[in-house]
Design a protein around this ligand. Structure first.
Ligand SMILES: [Zn+2]
Length: 121
C-alpha cells in the first residue's frame, strides 16, 4: 500500500505560510499581553472615561478569550507542521482520505475532510 501525500512542491509553500502565520500569532500574543489590564502597569480605570468607551471594552476576559484563540491557532499550526514532517499532511484525521485542496487553500490547518467536518457539526 502506497501512502498518499502531497509532493514537496505543494508542501513547501504551505510550510512557509504556516511559519509566517506562527510568527504573526506570536506577535499578536505579545500585543495582547501588553493590552491586558490585569498585566503590566495599573492605569487608572477612570482615565479619560468620557471618550474611551471602546477602550474600556478591552477587559481582562476579552483579552483572555483572544489569547485563547491565538493559542489555539498556534497549537493548530504546530500540529500541522508536524503532520507535514511526518508526511500525513492533508489526510483526514477521521477517514484518512485526502482533504480537498480547495479546503486546504482556505484553511491549511484543516484536519478533517469536508464530509467528516460536516458530520461533526
Ligand atoms: Zn474524512
Amino acid at each position: 500500500m502506497r501512502p498518499i501525500s502531497f509532493p514537496a512542491n505543494v508542501l513547501e509553500p504551505v510550510k512557509k505560510f504556516l511559519l509566517k502565520k506562527q510568527e504573526k500569532l506570536k506577535q499578536r500574543k505579545l500585543e495582547l499581553e501588553a493590552e491586558d489590564p490585569f498585566v503590566g502597569d495599573n492605569r487608572l480605570p477612570n482615565h479619560a472615561a468620557s471618550d474611551s468607551g471602546a477602550v474600556e471594552e478591552v477587559s481582562h476576559d476579552r483579552v483572555a478569550a483572544l489569547k485563547w484563540e491565538v493559542d489555539k491557532g498556534l497549537i493548530n499550526i504546530r500540529k500541522t507542521l508536524t503532520r507535514i514532517k511526518l508526511g500525513n499532511y492533508g489526510l483526514c484525521e477521521n477517514c484518512g482520505r485526502l482533504i480537498d485542496t480547495d479546503r486546504l487553500a482556505i484553511d491549511p490547518t484543516a484536519t478533517l475532510c469536508v464530509e467528516c467536518s460536516g458530520k461533526k457539526k
